[in-house]
Design a protein around this ligand. Sequence first.
Ligand code: ATP
Ligand code: MG
Length: 560
Amino acid sequence: MSETNSTEKNTENSTPTNFIRNKINQDLAEGKNDGRVHTRFPPEPNGYLHVGHAKSICLNFGIAEDYQAPCNLRFDDTNPAKESEEFARSIEDDVRWLGFKWEGEVRHSSDYFDELYNFAEELIYKDLAYVDEQPAEDIAKNRGNFQTPGKESPYRNRPVEESLEQFRKMKAGEYADGQMVLRAKIDMSHPNMLMRDPVLYRIRRLHHIRTGDEWCIYPMYDFTHCISDALEGITHSLCTLEFEVNRPLYDWVLDNIDAPARPQQIEFSRLNLAYTITSKRKLTQLVESGKVDGWDDPRMPTIAGMRRRGYTPQSIRDFCKAVGISKVNSVSDMTLLEDAVRNHLNDTVERRMAVLDPIKVIITNYPEEKEETVQGKNHPKDDDMGTRDLPFTRELYIDRADYRESANKKYKRLVKDGEVRLRNAYVIRADEAILDENGDVKELHCTYDPETLGKNPEGRKVRGVIHWVSAKYAKEATVRLYDRLFNVPNPGAMDDFNEALNPESLTVIKAMVEPSVADAEPETRFQFEREGYFTTDRYEHSADNIVLNRTVTLRDSWNG
Ligand code: ATP
Ligand code: MG
């Protein structure tokens, strides 16, 4: 058992197989698609990517890597109302940051507007599409419902020439927005509502981020997506389960045009994460209402937010691998994500000391002017990560939680008249606590044992070890402590998820950190010993203004 587990763990780059990979293997064995594999990731640039998209990215680009095949990045930009350049750039950044490379240039559905238009005319010529002039309400009403078949439009059987002429006039801008649409002629009593003569084109006078005002008609998703896939030679078009009902339409379009290739759509289950939201629409609301500080607020489940919080690309990829690919909808635990982050950071980041809630320690038997440099290992297990110098002085800071006037034996820190080891330095004894007017410790007077640097004291055991910084050399830092953004496991299911926002999701404190933290570049990650993993802020951190975000605590805080 442990044997198998360790082998699985060691083959870090191999991805567990899944039904999609099995299907690809089968297609390759049968010589389908001329033995090619080609995937794509098709985001709509109407928001920042979230952790759910990360799953799709890891799946599509991961398959491409493993099969040495290309994966395209294609912006599904057929809905100009909500799309922006900022979103498009952020998506490119996120994919690159996760460690993936798309094939060639970034593609856009809008690159294919001419071809799409021609395929629409092809369908009209084949009498498989028609211009419908019914008002929108009638189109909706006449679609019927699950119990009732739809009613055919009076325009359904108009001559091909007439539809063609009207469609061309639609394109030429001769009609008002919404005045008419192009519909596929499929089956108004089809059990799948999407097959009841779906709309293929609508008139909308909207400025498009790429094509400007060139078009006043825009193709619908179901028409655009399959054709874009075919034009790019995509072999396996992977999407989430809610598109299962769209698959017959995907196939119908490609079966009825002279398509340059025949991709197939395969659905997998969405990633859902407990205690958060994975819907762009709802995340947009959070941003626009100012409940969070932008799309890359470290509390957000966006890739940009996770990056700013200090998650690593590998930890997100490891998490996606652990979640796996299936057709069963499920909710993943936040612990799974955070453990992936901890595991990776534990192995890779340097240790530092930081005191988050400082009280001053004065070592009364340490000479006033004396200063020493002690060494701290940057990583307890990885000697290649080297050591660093730590200034040791008469006045230090330790954390308020590391001292008590009295405590039982379980408390292995500093107690009045007791001893503790200062990590990387000496053993000290607490002699006297000076209290402020509220009775809180203001200052601790201690004595140190000069014989205990790197050595155990003579004749007695000191078991506790606490962290500290030199009061003279430590730097003040702004530290942001993050907690869960929502107080309920499934905020997305609420009528108003704002009611579940955790008012304590962000706490900002002033901490004292080792001087070397000031010199760290933005986005440098550390473990602050005994405190957790932290990163210097991507945008705000500098040597004169140290800003740190807590990435994750050392231990799981979700269960128990
Ligand atoms: P949202 O519902 O958040 O707006 P979307 O599906 O509309 O998401 P797109 O930009 O269209 O967002 O998504 C790009 C790709 O990412 C699609 O193939 C989509 O299926 C996939 N995707 C989106 N959300 C998830 C998720 N939670 N889990 C896995 N894949 C997802
Ligand atoms: Mg979508």
